[in-house]
Design a protein. Structure first.
Length: 386
């Protein structure tokens, strides 16, 4: 790539070669700790800005409609960002970078013929360094920096450093996209499973309920005693259908996990159960920090299974859910004051204990169940996280 209007003695802007590589390594590691695409984009910009000591940084992911599907910025306030307005289009310097697919380094961006002006409220930038994030021939995005705090603006060594970082960032961004796609497919499969269960369980019960109600109506005048029996059956079927519907409603909610996190999702889940069931269901948790999405999902599923068992089988008046984090270990506890059960016979009771253990083991955790007849049940899951 050609630089305009500056010369360099070849020294890296962040120190000698070893220090520069160390800085790149630290920046790449910061990016790879995150799994969502949005988080990866934000950390790429933040890391690049720190790496080269720039006042401003941004990253745009192009779409197919001449705009940007994602655009994140560092160095400006939220109020400034809102005042700037809509996302930029693929014109001016950004459009040139997308078309050319190469790095651009300028001592003063406004003096370049490709510059197309600033939107209202946009800070006025001077020295500029932009590098494409590529996956083969495809440009995944553009990371660009402006207004280097060190005197002299961006150097050739800075350009090489940011290009090296962008190459590694491309891997992290691609992995994040693949991971999100995997989670989407998992969610689709989960919803298909729930649809099958809805059809197999709830639909059949509702069909039986309808036929039984019709039969009771026909018998009411000619045989009141048999009609009363049929009406009792209607009540029982309605209760079973309601229970199945509650389960379906509850298990469809994990779509909120990625948006709200484990603590808030579990809190909402418990609040919903507290409304739907006569038992008092309470939740307590402190802050747990960042937890891998697969660990969050496993903990949520174990909590759901344990709550389902407590509310459906234990005749509990109170169910307590606790979530704590300490020393890199996450602990979930679901405890009820119900009738308890015989652990040795649990395998034949359909309580899902094996399922809970399997879910925990899949993320390196374990589940321990304690129960005694007449003294309630406690389900405890422990799992390490990064």
């Amino acid at each position: 790539m050609t630089a305009q209007g500056d010369s360099t003695d070849g020294r890296a802007g962040v120190g000698d070669t070893d220090a520069a590589l160390h800085a790149v390594s630290a920046a790449v590691l910061a990016v790879t700790r995150h799994l969502s695409v949005r988080e990866v984009l934000q950390v790429i910009v933040r890391s690049a800005r720190r790496l080269l000591n720039a006042r401003y940084g941004a990253l745009g992911v192009p779409d197919d409609d001449g705009s940007f599907a994602e655009f994140v910025a560092e160095g400006i306030s939220e109020r400034q960002w809102q005042a700037i307005g809509p996302l930029p289009r693929q014109h001016g310097m950004l459009g040139a970078m997308l078309r050319e697919g190469t790095a651009i380094r300028l001592p003063d961006i406004e003096e370049d013929a490709r510059f197309d002006g600033w939107p209202p409220a946009h800070p006025v930038l001077k020295d500029f360094l932009g590098v494409p994030i590529r996956d083969g021939d495809q440009v995944l995005g553009i990371v660009f920096l402006a207004d280097k705090r060190d005197k002299g603006g961006f150097t050739e060594a800075d350009e090489k450093l940011l290009t090296l970082f962008a190459a590694h960032a491309a891997i992290a961004l691609t992995n994040a996209r693949l991971y999100e796609r995997s989670r989407e497919l998992t969610l689709v499969e989960e919803r298909k499973r729930m649809a099958r269960e809805l059809h197999d369980a709830v639909t059949q019960k509702l069909f039986s309920l309808r036929l039984t109600a019709q039969s009771a109506g026909e018998l009411l005048r000619v045989d009141p005693e048999r009609a009363a029996v049929e009406l009792d059956r209607v009540q029982r079927l309605a209760g079973e259908a309601l229970t199945e519907l509650r389960t379906v409603i509850v298990e469809l909610r994990p779509a909120e996990l990625a948006r709200h996190g484990l603590v808030e999702t579990l809190r909402k889940h418990v609040n919903l159960l507290d409304v739907l069931h006569p038992a008092c269901v309470v939740f307590d948790s402190g802050p747990i920090g960042a937890v891998e999405p697969e660990v969050e999902m496993a903990v949520l599923r174990v909590a759901q299974e344990a709550l389902h068992n407590a509310l459906r089988h234990s005749d509990a008046t109170t169910v307590e859910v606790g979530l704590v984090s300490e020393g890199g270990r996450l602990t979930l506890r679901v405890r009820d004051d119900g009738r308890g059960f015989d652990l040795e016979a649990a395998a034949s009771c359909g309580l899902g204990l094996a399922s809970m253990s399997d879910r925990a083991a899949a993320v390196g955790g374990r589940v321990r169940v304690e129960s005694e007849r007449g003294k309630g049940t406690s389900v405890r899951m422990e799992v390490e996280f990064r």
